[in-house]
Design a protein around this ligand. Structure first.
Ligand code: UDP
Length: 230
């Protein structure tokens, strides 16, 4: 694939899928957000910070964050068995680690922020889009934050480094590098790499993914501005 060859879905190598982000879409949660990224449809909700019946998770020195990533049975081609599996437990854990550095949880000892990421339709890159949605839901809930985390992947397809892999590209491609950053400082709070990349390709993928994150961060800000004004 040369730089000007278009990908299977007509995108350029450095082009994101179409994005839509909306903040405050649920009435009962403290904070919520809806994200569409290509064929992904993801709803995130936040409760807290508040005391919880899960007292064994609470800490006297700081607040804690718990994330539950879940795929609806109808979100993928082959019906997904409801309930947690190894993959969703892993994604829940990495989402907690990716979001925590942005939160000022020290002000909320003995309390918990509960985040739920519900994948309604999946089309590749749900961990990044889910964390992007969760970050907007956290801001919508008014949880004090130093930045709004944002996620995006780059990867390798037909020996070319490309931005924001679709499901087909993820399955047929040679590598996938999902990241989450804090856009102000570009501190990386999640970095995973699956597949084979040379050192140069890895650097290229990282740069591309950071650029993608910065573009998506603009949509996050617009969604929050649309809800709360400047
Ligand atoms: N997928 C699926 N069934 C599953 C899990 C994943 O069809 O049980 C699809 C879904 O479209 C997902 C893609 O495979 O987005 C890639 O999954 P991966 O584990 O790489 O995570 P993601 O890219 O969604 O973060």
């Amino acid at each position: 694939m040369s730089e000007d060859t278009l990908r299977g879905d007509g995108r350029k190598f450095d082009e994101l899928r179409p994005i839509k982000i909306e903040a405050g879409v649920l009435k009962r949660a403290d904070g919520s957000a809806y994200v569409e990224m290509g064929g992904n449809k993801i709803l995130a909700s936040v409760y807290g910070p508040r005391s919880t019946y899960m007292r064994r998770f609470l800490r006297p020195d700081t607040g804690v964050i718990r994330v539950r990533y879940n795929m609806a049975p109808f979100s993928v081609d082959d019906r997904k068995r409801p309930g947690p599996d190894r993959r969703s437990i892993e994604i829940s854990k990495i989402a907690e680690d990716a979001l925590r550095p942005a939160l000022l949880l020290e002000s909320f000892p003995n309390s918990m922020v509960e985040v739920s990421i519900e994948v309604i339709e999946a089309e590749g890159g749900t961990r990044c889009a889910g964390i992007t949605a969760a970050a907007v839901a956290l801001a919508d809930a008014g949880v004090p934050m130093k930045d709004i985390p944002v996620g995006c992947a780059a990867g390798k397809m037909d020996d070319k480094v490309v931005l924001d892999l679709s499901e087909i590209e993820d399955k047929e491609g040679q590598a996938d590098v999902p990241i989450v950053i804090l856009p102000r400082t570009e501190e990386i709070t999640l970095l995973q790499a699956d597949g084979n990349l040379t050192e140069d390709e890895f650097e290229e993928a990282l740069d591309l993914a950071i650029g993608g994150c910065q573009q998506i961060a603009e949509y996050q800000r617009k969604a929050l501005k649309a809800r709360y004004g400047e």
